[in-house]
Design a protein around this ligand. Structure first.
Ligand SMILES: *Cc1c(COP(=O)(O)O)cnc(C)c1O
Length: 396
């Protein structure tokens, strides 16, 4: 009854922009979540690829509690130690040189776009530069991020959107080439399209884009907000392809629950891009967020999480492939590591609701894909439990 009341209260007072699953989540433990009624759920959603460490990691929790007692916020007018450490660790992990911390993924995208535009402006003093983005991409909900998001449903009511953006087909190099001209300042894409339905880039496609960018001094922006932070078995997905971006965005699992994102870039870009006064944020990179990022990156290393993901990701992939052979309603499996999708021929929303009733949280992507983005700390037994519960949902 408690949950019913809370949900009613939510519908009375909160802006209705989500059709939420009918549960009120209360607390987490390991890779399980509990609702206010005491029901237990195996979590293969992780707050949309956020909770890489699962729930109740003692070292992470203690670090945050200690930082709350010390200092939460300073503004960027002053230095603070946790964020300096976070920046150093993020640059090392991403093989980049300079980081700017934001409060979300969409803000990281905004910053990346501004950095690319400023880089081009520094070269020729013009402001008519173009960006090439991908069809079926997702980069966020603010106007700048929407401008590079290739989904008419998300964009249409808010047009005209800022900037000159041209769209190309993902994994179609000729389509990208046909949009390139002397005004192109950046090509932006997800290394693995997440929201659009879990489509990994093909190696040749990424390499081809890198070549175009090198030839014409166009900046390659890789959006690693969902596919980054160890999810594919390397710290960032591009590292598995060996195609390094000029600017990279990161968020979601970066803070493992604390709202924080970042855009990072090479020194070459930083040297002729955003300068004092060009960009800023009040909250971004405050000591609380910095402490989270710093601790998360340390724990990733200590636990050798990328190695674990390679192993457990291979097992998840194997079990999902078996399922695909077993169920006619599964058309395809796609993904790398612990970023996986099953394309269904039946409504995916119904299946994720049935899974919920079985005590399993899975989410959807695109309009026909079930998305699996569990905490990176899951073990084989959790994969087995998920497969059993999903099997019940598919049968029921
Ligand atoms: C979630 C996501 C974003 C937006 O991040 P928010 O934190 O929701 O603003 C951008 N790009 C990708 C690839 C994402 O998955």
């Amino acid at each position: 009854m408690e949950a019913e009341n809370l949900m009613q209260q939510a519908e009375n007072h909160m802006l209705h922009v989500y059709n939420r699953y009918p549960v009120v989540l209360d607390h987490g433990e390991g890779v399980y979540l509990y609702d206010t009624e005491g029901n237990k759920y195996l979590d293969f959603a992780a707050g949309i690829a956020v909770h890489a460490l699962g729930y109740g990691n003692e070292e992470y929790n203690q670090a945050l509690k200690a930082q709350i007692d010390k200092l939460m916020h300073t503004s960027n007018l002053y230095y603070n130690q946790p964020t300096i450490e976070a920046a150093e660790k993020l640059c090392t992990a991403s093989e980049m040189d300079r980081a700017f911390f934001t409060n979300s993924g969409t803000e990281a995208i905004e910053g990346a776009i501004k950095a690319a535009k400023k880089y081009a402006y520094e070269k020729d003093g013009c402001t008519d530069h173009e960006i090439i983005a991908m069809n079926h991409s997702f980069h966020g909900r603010s106007l700048g991020a929407l401008a590079v998001t290739g989904n008419a449903h998300y964009r249409e009511p808010f047009e005209p959107l800022p900037g000159i953006v041209k769209f190309a087909d993902y994994n179609d190099l000729e389509s990208v080439k046909s949009q390139v001209n002397e005004k192109t300042c950046a090509i932006i894409l997800e290394t693995i399209q997440g929201e659009g339905g879990i489509f990994p880039a093909e190696k040749g496609f990424l390499e081809g884009i890198r070549r175009i960018c090198d030839e014409k001094d166009i900046l390659l922006i890789l959006d690693e907000i969902q596919c980054g932070m160890g999810r594919t078995g390397t710290m960032f997905a591009w590292q598995g392809y060996g195609v390094k971006p000029d600017i990279m965005t990161c968020a979601k699992a970066l803070g493992c629950g604390v709202p924080v994102g970042a855009f990072v870039m090479t020194e070459r870009v930083a040297a002729s891009s955003l300068k004092p006064g060009d960009h800023g944020t009040t909250y971004g990179g405050n000591p609380f967020a910095g402490a989270a990022v710093s601790k998360v990156l340390t724990i990733f290393q200590k636990k050798k999480l990328t190695e674990h993901v390679k192993e457990i990701g291979a097992y998840l992939e194997e079990r999902l492939e078996q399922m695909k052979d077993q169920y006619e309603c599964i058309r395809a499996r796609r993904g790398i590591g612990l970023l996986q999708g099953l394309e269904l021929t039946i409504p995916v929303g119904e299946i994720s609701n049935k899974a919920l009733a079985q005590g399993l949280l899975v989410i959807t992507a695109g309009n026909n894909v079930l998305r699996f983005v569990p905490p990176l700390v899951i073990e084989r037994e959790h994969v087995d439990e998920m497969i059993d519960k999903l099997g019940m949902a598919l049968k029921g």
